[in-house]
Design a binder for this molecule. Structure first.
Ligand code: E4P
Length: 218
């Protein structure tokens, strides 16, 4: 399973990249706003900076909601760097735009997916990634991880090449559950990735190894 980091914070992206296990980055307009990135030029420069830090795919979201606007924005974003994946919402014009991008060889991440039917449309349009938002489903008492499992099974049954990118991950257990459900990618906050390291027996074991070494080596 690939790991993407879900942030526009350059320090966090660097820290995740330094771990050596990072496969990419996802951003969205809210994450860019959180970092205070505004204005077309700054946004574009920020995407370029992210691409310089990481080796993998970097999702950059279109703001337009109409077909022509999405195409125009998506082509500008895709031309910024070969690592850019154009993020498009699952709306009617979004599906048309994904189909257009797919025919042009521009990779896409279909976002704001909350149902298996939406995931079917995204795959049929040729999306590179589909992003089901599991945390936001959990927030309304609906099992987000179950949706990941359903989409993964459906894509495998029909042989779709679209990768299931589990998004809106809130904590470490979500990552483990998405892995078990067959997600191809999990995009996570840095804390959730680092949380995978934690085990009390590791801490106790390491402490004992170091104490035993010290006993005989001083
Ligand atoms: C990533 O692609 C999504 O935009 C992001 O994971 C949404 O997460 P949130 O539900 O925590 O805002």
């Amino acid at each position: 399973m690939k790991f993407f980091i879900d942030t526009a914070n350059l320090d966090q992206i660097r820290e995740a990249q330094d771990l050596g296990v990072l496969d990419g980055v996802t951003t969205n307009p809210s994450l860019m706003a959180k970092e205070g990135i505004s204005g077309e030029e700054n946004i574009i420069n920020h995407y370029k900076n992210i691409c310089e830090i990481v080796d993998g795919d970097v999702s950059a979201e279109v703001i337009a909601t109409g077909y022509e606007g999405m195409i125009k924005e998506g082509e500008i974003l895709a031309a910024l760097h070969p690592q850019i994946v154009v993020k498009v919402p699952i709306i009617k014009d979004g599906i048309k735009a994904i189909k257009y991008f797919s025919e042009k060889g521009i990779r896409t991440n279909c976002t704001l997916v909350f149902s298996i039917g939406q995931a079917l449309l995204a795959a049929k349009a040729g999306a590179t990634y589909v992003s089901p938002f599991i945390g936001r489903l959990d927030d309304i008492s609906t099992d987000g991880v179950e949706l990941i499992a359903q989409i993964a099974e459906m894509y495998s049954y029909y042989g779709f090449e679209t990768e299931v990118l589990a998004a809106s991950i809130r904590h470490t257990m979500h990552i483990v559950q998405c892995m078990e459900a067959g997600a191809d990618v999990a995009t996570c906050p840095l804390d959730a990735i680092l949380g995978l390291l934690n085990h009390p027996l590791t801490d106790i074991g390491l402490e004992k190894f170091l104490a035993d070494y010290k006993k005989v080596n001083g």
